[in-house]
Design a protein around this ligand. Sequence first.
Ligand code: ZN
Ligand code: ZN
Length: 183
Amino acid sequence: MRINIHEIPPSGKDYCLTKADSWVAEVINRAGFECYDNFSSRIHVVRNRDNVVFSGTMNGGIKLICSRCCEPYSFVIDRDFLSTYCRYYERRGAIREEVKLTKGDLDLTFFNGEEIDLAELLNEQLQLAMPYRPVCREDCKGICSYCGKDLNFGDCNCEKRNWGLKLSSLLSNVTPGKAGIQD
Ligand SMILES: [Zn+2]
Ligand SMILES: [Zn+2]
């Protein structure tokens, strides 16, 4: 959904986005996520000459795959964001001097023309909300790299078996005299 920056009134404009908006569902699907029904995002947009500032919240459940046990789980998004769009001036490839960057402008995007695509903003914020390494729970034990068993449902015998193998190979290298082992 594209918004024309000249149609933003001085008091700003509010948007309430839900999964019922087909383009919102499309952004989520395109980002590769499966979403539970309660996804919503509230955005307040204000314009200060050529700078457009979006402040908003994003809430909802997204289906992710745990990086340890490979099982799907619901990741709860609860995020506040602030994103500033600055007009990009192509003249000499420079940004007009009056755009002064401050600490608060770290989340800065440049745009051309008179429109900004809310889908682009939503996609960006969605990606930022995602964990770097998704885990279904902090103490997820993952799967055994030998037999593939999900260790959250109980231990397998691989570790014991490997220790047994290591121990017997160690013992076979030991000569009875040195180790003091006698038959
Ligand atoms: Zn897990
Ligand atoms: Zn195992």
